[in-house]
Design a binder for this molecule. Structure first.
Ligand code: SF4
Length: 490
């Protein structure tokens, strides 16, 4: 189906998708509050993390209700559907598919259960041992995943459905909390799970803490969310991050935590570069400030004589501000966004597709004409967007176009929840930087170094995943993917 775009970023060419985050997750335990609506607003703030489907599960202590559908949060829910999502706890999810197709059956939260409880689970990340977990499930349930098979038996093909079934597959009498403590150490890969039964809210983060997950406090309850920006929108105060390897449990006794694995932090560096909202804070570092600093460093590493610095809208904005600040070259806007095109997105016909970038952006010719421009973007994936952008700026009269990128060349696929493109589609895989420059048609091209990018995050290198730039996969690769790796990095 046609996908509305939540924000203008890499999707400025019709049919061309940029890096897609796996998902956003949200959970709330707050008796007396409108938990369905709080979750709706939490998901609204996390829309950039997934735009294919959205869902909310609520419980009133007796019954778990799930409502989910394809589309943006604002398209899936209305007053009527939210009015039925009542109770004292809720979880929610916005999805972009990394495993399993983009279809209704794979939307989340995923339902499962035992003879006595219903389980609803939402996942951000991507697992790397799903074959092993499937084997484990079939060994436990010889009748085709058994009663705990849940949505797996109804066509859900995601790794999330596997984990939901795994949690429901324990012997009768084992609580969901104990099942989680027992099963989570078996799950490998990147995961932030937010899940619930009729009474209790749970949140768990993988031992490497690849994707962000934070805890917030409401006057009458608790919130967990992928990003701090989702706490802000519901008026929750930030408490702390869910620690890597930690299980958080919230019920009428309050919030308690347990450790299911030793932490070995490897946070995703690309969250700082592009994925997270600029108003989010990760590991104590504001994402906006990290991006501005990447721009400053880019200016130090790749200076150029120019008349104006401008962003590739909109994701290049903070780094462009940093570049302008450090270089002393004035910052300006060379493009105007057709603001609402994404909201009424119609699958483009071939004729419309040929309009390309013009569907979403229009150049300010008076600003651009005769100028030597520095165009700052956060990353180059296939190069098609930058090529179209450079061409548009030249046609609008730019004298020179210098492209600057606030991350190193993306050369490797991500197996931990981000969908860039296949390795063959990544422009920097097959050619050197001069080849990329020629391909996008820029007068010069400069990428920030890996060290420069990492320094801007204020995190030590050993606490970060940089695999899409370096090819070094700190969690390993999925059981069926070893073949794509360069032996030097395996
Ligand atoms: S491979 Fe790249 S996008 Fe994926 S988790 Fe690592 S740094 Fe993040």
């Amino acid at each position: 189906m046609a996908r509305g775009d939540g924000r203008l970023n890499h999707d400025i060419l019709p049919g061309e998708t940029g890096p897609q985050d796996a998902c956003g997750v949200f959970g709330v335990w707050a008796p007396g509050e409108e938990v369905g609506k709080l979750t709706y607003y939490g998901l609204y703030a996390l829309q950039h993390r997934g735009q294919e489907s959205a869902g909310i599960a609520t419980s009133d202590g007796e019954r778990v209700l799930v409502y989910k559908d394809m589309g943006l949060v604002s398209q899936v829910f209305d007053e009527t559907s939210l009015g039925s999502l009542t109770g004292h706890l809720a979880i929610g999810h916005t999805r972009y598919s990394t495993t399993g197709a983009s279809k209704w059956e794979n939307a989340q939260p995923t339902l499962g259960g035992t003879a006595h409880h219903t389980i609803a689970l939402a996942h951000n990340g991507n697992l790397i041992n799903t074959s092993e977990l499937r084997g484990l499930l079939s060994a436990r349930h010889v009748d085709g995943f058994g009663t705990a098979g849940g949505e797996l038996r109804r066509g859900n093909t995601t790794d999330t459905a596997i984990v939901t079934s795994l949690l429901g597959s324990r012997a009768e009498g084992v609580s969901l909390e104990e099942a989680a403590m027992e099963q989570l150490p078996l799950v490998k890969g990147a995961f932030c799970f937010v899940f619930m039964d009729e009474h209790t809210l749970y949140a768990a983060r993988d031992p490497q803490g690849v994707r962000p997950l934070v805890i917030g406090r409401l006057e009458r309850g608790w919130v967990v969310a992928s990003e701090t920006a989702a706490l802000d929108i519901v008026g929750a105060s930030y408490v702390r991050e869910v620690e890597p390897g930690e299980l958080v449990v919230v019920d009428e006794q309050g919030l308690r935590t347990r450790r299911f694995a030793e932490p070995e932090p490897k946070g995703c560096v690309f969250e700082y570069v592009y994925l997270a909202r600029p108003d989010t804070t990760i590991a104590g570092r504001g994402v906006y400030e990290a991006r501005v600093e990447m721009g400053r460093e880019l200016a130090r590493q790749h200076p150029v004589e120019a008349d104006m610095v401008m962003p590739s809208p909109e994701s290049g904005t903070p780094a462009a501000i940093g570049y302008a600040e450090e270089s002393g070259i004035p910052y300006g806007q060379g493009l105007v966004k057709n603001a609402y095109v994404g909201r009424t997105f119609i699958a483009p016909s071939q004729t419309i597709r040929q309009l390309g970038i013009r569907l979403k952006l229009n150049p300010l010719r008076d600003v651009i004409k005769g100028k030597r421009l520095v165009v700052v973007d956060d990353s180059i994936v296939r190069g098609n967007t930058q090529r179209a952008l450079v061409r548009m700026l030249r046609e609008a009269g730019a004298a020179e176009v210098h492209v600057r990128i606030s991350s190193p060349p993306v050369r490797w696929p991500c197996f931990y929840g981000i969908d860039f493109a296949s390795r063959a589609e990544l422009i920097a895989t097959g050619i050197d930087i001069e080849g990329v420059r020629r391909s996008v048609g820029a007068d010069s091209l400069g990428y920030i170094s890996e060290d420069g990018m990492i320094a801007a995050t204020h995190q030590p290198r050993e606490r970060l995943c940089t695999a899409c730039f370096s090819g070094q996969y700190p969690l390993g690769v999925p059981d069926d993917q070893a073949v794509v790796l360069d032996p030097a990095h395996a």
